[in-house]
Design a protein around this ligand. Structure first.
Ligand SMILES: Cc1cc2nc3c(=O)[nH]c(=O)nc-3n(C[C@H](O)[C@H](O)[C@H](O)COP(=O)(O)O)c2cc1C
Length: 317
């Protein structure tokens, strides 16, 4: 039986490379698409005309399908979506907002729409909005996240109970074993962020990549819940945020501290102390910066080996 995610997006493997600020430009997205997955450009860190440039470069670098991730709080949203439509990008993943906002507009222009959620209540909103597919992102994930702290292990079966839509699991998937687990839980495919953020083709700063390869379990934490929960490495900036949060600081104080350009400063410019460093819990098992081709091959080989192992593992009932 053909996999629903592969069929929907016209790809070989049900592996989506997440759209990620300061990491997923044309090099990363085209490499993933060229290796049988779906590459996504991360519009969240691009000015509209920069996005156009990345779309055009991706088209030159691959003849396979690719898409754009659009965080719905993006300040120049209208300009971004007009460029996506003009450039005839076939697929959009929307996140961080209501699926009602853009789904119909994009679909009327022939664009396939997936929306990212962190709870089964939002999965129902996706159904109402008529999205083509859902990404359910658990608490382990890097970047922005749900307030409820629902883990991927709990979230995927919960979302699967309320919707029959094609479903991708995100959060904590960095190996083929985790991919198989997500699919056993009810997902049709996976969206992978952190593992691809630490690839050769990712546009993140080399010092950020190096730092991530040395992280241990517990070195990231969900912060800034009052203004938009985000999983961060526990660097100096995080410690300042954490102290203020423990003292009960309100949203405006946190917003002022965060200011503008913190994520760029950390992940793109390599200020490892004062920048905002987004990565998922799975970072603790990411020990090397690898090319996308190797990451994809590893994921597929591990997936098949794990499936075989589970099939042949006997126990008494
Ligand atoms: C560095 C980084 C930047 C991210 N930026 C975005 C973003 O711009 N838009 C978005 O929807 N999700 C973003 N995310 C979340 C990813 O899309 C994805 O859902 C998540 O990374 C999956 O969990 P994983 O990191 O455990 O693989 C980001 C994640 C990381 C690690």
């Amino acid at each position: 039986m053909e996999n629903r995610i592969c069929k929907l997006f016209g790809i070989k493997y049900p592996i989506i490379q997440a759209g990620m600020v300061w990491c997923s430009g044309w090099r990363l997205a085209s490499a993933v698409s060229n290796n049988g997955g779906l590459g996504l450009l991360g519009a969240g860190s691009m000015h509209p005309e920069t996005l156009r440039e990345h779309i055009q470069k991706t088209k030159l670098a691959t003849n396979q399908p690719f898409g754009v991730n659009v965080p719905l709080f993006y300040p120049e949203l209208e300009a971004i979506i007009n460029i996506i439509a003009e450039e005839k990008v076939p697929i959009v993943f929307t996140s961080a907002g209501s699926p009602k906002k853009l789904t119909a507009w994009l679909q009327e222009r022939g664009i396939i729409v997936a929306h990212v959620i962190a709870s089964s209540a939002f999965a129902l909103k996706c159904e109402e909005a008529g999205v083509d597919a859902i990404v359910a992102e658990g608490f382990e994930a890097g970047g922005h996240n749900g307030k409820e702290e629902t883990t991927t292990m709990t979230l995927i079966p919960a979302v699967r109970r309320v919707t029959s839509l094609p479903l991708m699991a995100a959060g904590g998937v960095g190996t083929g074993e985790a991919m198989l687990a997500a699919m056993v839980l009810g997902a049709d495919g996976v969206q992978i962020g952190s593992r691809f953020a630490i690839s050769e083709e990712s546009s993140a700063h080399p010092d950020f990549k190096k730092l991530v390869t040395g992280l241990a379990e517990g070195d990231t934490k969900l912060a800034l819940k009052k203004i938009g929960p985000v999983r961060l490495i526990k660097n100096e900036f995080f410690q300042t945020v954490n102290k203020l949060e423990l003292e009960g600081a309100d949203g405006s104080v946190l917003r002022e501290l965060l200011g503008k350009g913190r994520a760029k400063k950390g992940m793109f410019e390599g200020d490892l102390a004062e920048g905002e460093l987004e990565i998922g819990q799975v970072a603790s098992i990411i020990n090397e910066v690898l090319p996308v081709e190797t990451i994809m091959k590893n994921l597929i080989a591990e997936y098949h080996a794990a499936k075989m192992r589970v099939n042949t593992d006997e126990f008494e009932c």
